[in-house]
Design a protein around this ligand. Structure first.
Ligand code: NAD
Length: 272
């Protein structure tokens, strides 16, 4: 018997970039907790179909009635796409309660080489996308009683610089301040805005090391707890933050990182 609580029963949730990786794990966890979930992808129809099948499977396995899980195709970097996608959900479902801004990309942008195009691409997906999607969701949340919840997938690089990846680090630092600013702006309207900051997580974003034992060991040697996280290590915290149990939490980034944000270099005192 599953011991997963049904804290999101009857809530309608959109998770961007959820055909795989952390977004998929969050979508599955939300469905297990009773939510009706929209899987978003930009150009990944096969994985999105598999994701929807999985959502129906976990809803049934949780002993819940069949619900209207959906797929919405949208490039979060395009204002028109995200407006249409959220509009489609609101007119189909009648409401949206939870927006998870999770879609993200990463590529190298060395400080002495980064181009306008490299920087724009990353900021458009990782920062402008969440800002504009939040605007659309907030307008909807304000239009009816009950408020709403936004959760942004940030990163340890919201706080930790990432040499060679300035655009990615800028995008996540910006996302942290988007989180705090919107949280304050709409606190009294029943809208909560928080972020999750994953550490090294075993997803396609880390294809450079996830399936290479030597490279993975090297990555994991930097993590105080000694291992990289799975998407399923992230998902329960999203469900908690989306639920009423977190009703007094807003404007926070919760790092889930095996201790990466604890200044590991200070593990053994090297100062006075
Ligand atoms: P991933 O590459 O498996 O997933 C990213 C998802 O975003 C994919 O489904 C991709 O199709 C989607 N996506 C990308 N651009 C999009 C766009 N323009 N419109 C719609 N969807 C788009 O990687 P992941 O690790 O699951 O990444 C999810 C989030 O977690 C990202 O925001 C990433 O920055 C963040 N994150 C990941 C790690 C990690 O170590 N994997 C660490 C910290 C933060």
């Amino acid at each position: 018997m599953s011991t997963i609580p049904h804290r999101l029963a009857g809530r309608f949730a959109l998770v961007t970039g959820s055909s795989r990786g952390i977004g998929l794990a969050v979508a599955i966890r939300f469905a297990q907790e009773g939510a009706i979930v929209a899987i978003n992808h930009r150009n990944d129809p096969e994985d999105a179909d598999k994701a929807i099948a999985k959502l129906h499977e976990v809803t049934a396995a949780a002993g819940l009635p069949k619900v209207d899980h959906r797929i919405v195709v949208a490039d979060v970097a395009r204002e028109g796409d995200i407006e249409r996608a959220i509009g489609e959900l609101v007119s189909g479902w009648g409401r949206l309660d939870i927006l998870v801004n999770n879609a993200g990309i990463q590529s190298e942008t060395p400080g002495d080489e980064m181009s306008d195009d490299d920087v724009s691409k990353i900021l458009d997906v990782n920062l402008k996308g969440p800002a504009l999607a939040s605007r659309v969701a907030i307008r909807h949340f304000l239009s009816r009683p009950g408020g709403g919840v936004i959760i942004n997938t940030s990163s340890v690089h919201e706080a930790i610089p990432k040499p060679g990846y300035a655009a990615y680090a800028m995008s996540k630092a910006g996302l942290g301040h988007l989180t705090r600013t919107l949280a304050l702006e709409f606190a009294e309207k029943g809208i909560r805005v928080n972020a999750i900051g994953p550490g090294a997580t075993v997803t396609a974003m880390n294809d450079a090391w996830r399936n290479d034992p030597a490279k993975r060991k090297s990555v994991e040697s930097h993590i105080p707890m000694g291992f990289a996280g799975d998407p399923e290590d992230m998902a329960p915290a999203y469900a908690f933050l989306a639920s009423d149990e977190a009703r007094y939490i807003t404007g926070q980034t919760l790092y889930i990182d095996g201790g990466l944000t604890l200044y590991p270099d200070f593990k053994h005192n090297w100062s006075s």
